[in-house]
Structures are given as C-alpha cells and as structure tokens.
Design a binder for this molecule. Sequence first.
Ligand SMILES: [Zn+2]
Length: 74
Amino acid sequence: MSQSLSSNSHSGSIVAPVAIPVSALVPWAIFTILLSLLLLYFVGAEQGATSLISGHEVHEFVHDGRHLLGFPCH
Ligand SMILES: [Zn+2]
C-alpha cells in the first residue's frame, strides 16, 4: 500500500507544487520583519525604556515575555 505523497488517493490525480517567485515573497518578508520588530519593541521596551502608550497595561501584559527574553525590566 505504498502511495506517493503528491498523489490524491480519492481522485487519482497528481498534485504538482506551485512555484512562488521570490519577488512575490519580498513584500510579505518585509511585512513580517516590520511586524516582528514592532512586536519586539512592545515586548522589550514599551512602557519601560520608552513609552508610546501611557499607563502600565502593556508592560504588565508582556512582562513575563520581557523577562523570558532577557530585556531589562526591574
Ligand atoms: Zn519585570
């Protein structure tokens, strides 16, 4: 009962992988990097070293992650 990973056992048709050009991935890569940097800022520095949002809710929400990643906190 050997079966190729790329075949569909129900219809018997072979599914070929779709090639995605690198140029189509670049905007998503940039978006992912920017989103990651924003997340890293909020986890690591917001309401600590700097503060864009007043209060301490963001700090409390990401506090364990901040300690886990080794950012200075208190
Ligand atoms: Zn802390």
